[in-house]
Design a protein around this ligand. Sequence first.
Ligand code: SDX
Length: 397
Amino acid sequence: STGKFTFDPGFMSTGACESAITYIDGAKGELLYRGYAIEDLARHCDYLDVCHLLLKGELPTPEEKADFDYVVTHHTMVHEQMVRFFSGFRRDAHPMSVLVACVGALAAFYHDSLDITQAEHRHVASIRLISKMPTLVAMAYKYSQGQPFAYPRNKLSYAANFMHQMFSTPCDEYVPNEVLVRALDRILILHADHEQNASTSTVRLAGSSGANPFACIAAGIATLWGPAHGGANEAALVMLEDLLAQGGVEKIGEFIKKVKDKESGVKLMGFGHRVYKNYDPRAKLMQETCAEVLQELGLGNDPLFKLAMALEKIALEDDYFVSRKLYPNVDFYSGIVQRAMGIPTSMFTCIFALARTVGWIAQWSEMLGDPDQKIGRPRQLYIGQTRRPITTPSTKT
Ligand code: SDX
């Protein structure tokens, strides 16, 4: 039997960190970036405004915006040798496996030129990552399609440039659709940061050892990949497509029954949250964005969107979900809108990673800016064997 240890009251320190970047009130369903409500930022700002806000603590003045956007835009190319890195992958590799590897590999290009104890160098690393993530995500997609990479275009906005790199070919230049570009920009804002979620905590822990920021972000991407975290948007869309194929709205009752049966292991993907015990404000904005995009594309009656809204309505009237405070989260509608925009399911989590890069790197930089910062060391509650002698004859003579 395992012995019981006694612990001093302070032992159960939650290991919480101090941060001034993002605030969530899970009970109220409130999300603030540096004090600004996500609803206001999503409606009145663009993603690079939000990047400036998360990194610097303030929205940019017009002059600051011009400078910030210029610097980000003019660092979107990756070192040409990175192109050769891709040829080692199978074409059907999951894009997240390619992204983890490529972002980690960026360390090889910027390792010795960065002294991350300097705030300015941390800012340079942050800009490099924000600039190059869209390029690497688009390259992962192009590689999976067997298409040539499309180089960034400096005259395009951040979101339009990403869409160009995803969908332009040498035969056809992508023509930005303003509604879709604005929708993508808003999707990036909604995913930009979310205080100490699993992937951000990974980046902070990796960064606390002084590891290279590119390696830390690669660790964050690996963590986000899980279906309980960033992989949920891909899983939620597959869940909705399967339900539609099985009969759609009239099969919702049967599906909900399966979800309630723990033995089935079936979860309502895109529902529930570790912190929100109310409606995730991002889910509402995502639903709005979804409706706008479908309208623009003449898909106002998209069966998948209708099914998702019917499923949400029925779930939110069912005591199983209400009693457990399970509401839609950011992932419930995000797959539907990205699919409508022509983004393949396999790319959803890559785009989540693209958007979250600024949150990860802002939190990493904030942590390293604390003069009292020490290497992270999560505590454990030991429940194993107490000390004991070897009584069974050891095989070793
Ligand atoms: C993200 O942390 C963040 O901020 C993450 C994120 C971010 O921006 O970084 O917001 C992004 O990861 C959003 C979450 C995406 N994941 C999913 O949508 C996957 C489905 N959701 C579940 O896996 C779950 O809701 C979690 C992991 C998201 C949250 O789990 P909790 O809060 O720890 O809740 P739990 O697992 O303890 O569940 C409490 C109860 C359990 O039932 P009982 O044991 O009380 O009987 O609710 C049930 C769970 O079985 N439950 C679900 C459910 N989620 C929880 N039942 C069915 N479907 C679900 N989705």
